[in-house]
Design a protein. Structure first.
Length: 237
């Protein structure tokens, strides 16, 4: 539902935000003494982004909610009553979508504080800390059906270093997923640049029935991000 409670959030098949018409001409943001060129560019992009407007209309906490909607529309891995772990959950948009699509239990974790969301357990901690996996397992109470990771490190502007840092998070999330996923479970993770490295991709293909790289329409065209979606977990004997 929206922030004012008037609208229902779309179900399993959400429509893409409508294109803006000439009446909704692009908003131009001027640079001022208090606003840098980069901040003015960011603000202009936000004001002209149909996903931002639709997220506000539907009460989602972030436009990124549509990325999960589009991934799930395509691959349908969120099932009624399932247990979902949301890594890098702030501000909570993916947890909202998981809950609305029928998840029975949702546990989110992020280094940043997250406003409470009825039906979701949020943990504020660093996933890379040794005690984070155990805290998540305690909150789950049992295995997970879906592990989502939208985690991303702060970029440094150095392509190779940034790639290594994001891959370290992906690998840590994947190791956790293989420890907690039930048979048939799903792992979804954000990637940048060249996608999953061959060694990790080989492990995913060994451990899951289907592995796909997907760039949802809500992911900005200029962004190097994409998602790896691995379905049909086969727990090693």
């Amino acid at each position: 539902m929206t922030k004012d409670g008037d609208e229902k959030v779309p179900g399993r098949s959400a429509k893409k935000p409508a294109r803006r018409t000439t009446r909704d001409a692009s908003v131009r943001v001027k640079k001022t003494n208090q606003r840098t060129t980069s901040s003015a560019r960011w603000l202009q992009r936000q004001l002209n982004d149909p996903y931002v407007h639709e997220a506000q209309r539907l009460g989602y906490r972030a436009r990124s909610a549509f990325k999960l909607i589009e991934l799930d529309d395509k691959l349908k891995f969120i099932k009624k009553g399932c247990t979902v772990v949301d890594l890098g959950a702030a501000p909570g948009g993916w947890s909202q979508v998981a809950l609305e699509r029928g998840a029975g239990k949702v546990i989110g974790l992020d280094l940043l504080p997250i406003e409470p969301l009825p039906g979701v357990t949020f943990l504020q901690m660093d996933f890379m800390n040794d005690d984070a996996p155990e805290a998540l397992i305690m909150a789950m109470g049992s295995g997970a059906d879906v592990v989502l990771s939208d985690m991303a490190p702060n970029t440094m502007g150095h392509k190779q270093t940034d790639h290594l840092r994001i891959m370290a998070l992906v690998e840590a999330a994947y190791e956790f997923a293989t420890q907690v996923l039930k048979p048939g479970g799903t792992f979804v993770s954000k990637l940048f640049q060249g996608g999953a490295q061959k060694e990790l991709l080989d492990m995913m293909k060994r451990d899951f029935t289907v592995v796909k790289h997907v760039k949802p329409p809500a992911s900005r065209k200029e962004s190097a991000e994409q998602y790896v979606v691995a379905t049909g977990y086969r727990r090693p004997l």
